[in-house]
Design a protein around this ligand. Sequence first.
Ligand code: PLP
Length: 389
Amino acid sequence: MAEHKGAGDPPLIYLNNAATSWPKPAEILAEVTRCLTTPFFEQGRSTAGGTTDYPSATREALAGFFNADEPDHFIFTQSATDSLNLLIHGFAKGQKTRFHAITTELEHNSVLRPLHTLEGEGRLTLSTLPFDDGRVTLQDIKKAIRADTRLVVMTHGSNVLGSLQNIRPVSEYCASNDIFLIVDGAQTVGQIPINLSEIPECAFIFTGHKALFGLPGIGGFYLQDPEVIAPIRQGGTGTDSRSRAHPNDMPQKFEAGTPNYPGIASLLAGIRYIERQGQDAIINKCRGLTALIIRELNKDPNITLYTPAPDLPVVSFNIRSLDNDEAGYILAKAYNIITRTGLHCAPLVHNRIDGGKGCIRMSCSYLNTPEECRQAADAVREVADSADC
Ligand SMILES: Cc1ncc(COP(=O)(O)O)c(C=O)c1O
């Protein structure tokens, strides 16, 4: 991958993959170029014969990747944020009366803010469950259930703590109690194997630009039962154009306008790349790199680690007397190491772990090397030791 690595002195070390992955594998860039240099073709819209129908091919690939039955129930959106907005607002639109929703303190603002907006409009009442050891369990959820609970929205993996949530029992409970479950897979898709046939009747969200190695601006969701969600967008679909009403068929029900063809092509190439490498090989390598960073940071008493044994490649920490933004700035300017600092759009997690100050996060990808991770950990320790701790 040397051709993609950043130049510079010292050479760039990119450890901000939980925000957005970089570099992108060469195969993905090649597929995007192929897509942009041939006329766009999509069933029902255009007939540029001989070129790839990227939306259809990618829905098929997603169905195989997630072991899902219905390729047409994969909807393309701009991002995980866009998916969450479509699903949360679309679910609320379909409810005749005010209802109770449950979420968790682990969530990203892309979950919290749509829910708070609906709460502010008096459309729902919200319970936000605290986590214990990075997790919210089915037992916690059961304790919060009320007669009018209709919706649970929860992350599959925390972007600050790297903790995985055990979604399967939650989905089984929700399915048998007439509660709709929306799962935010922004941090898990591409990182760990996900079998949607084992997670019944939920909406499962993904984003393209993180561990799927795709472009920013592409994401989506899988929706087993389209009747649960009312569409909040209408427009051209290339089908049934005389009808004044937007089509109710999948996937058109939730898609309107010209799709992001290059983004969809990047998603297709990302899935193929992961399948070629092997999902287990990816998570094993990422876990090894993450363990290496943690081992090194643990040696320094001036470093407070919040992720002693994460499931996902996320290492969150603070340097005792140093503001996290300042530490990130020093790492970037003096060492050419890219991390992410601050609240990571998950403010409730920080209230619990670092007094709401925020922290530094290092997140590796399959394309990082042990040497890069060792150098990055050494740099953090050097900064910690030279700070006035
Ligand atoms: C857990 C989680 N959910 C949602 C998002 C939003 O993803 P996107 O950038 O695709 O909107 C992120 C991105 O940081 C995330 O980490």
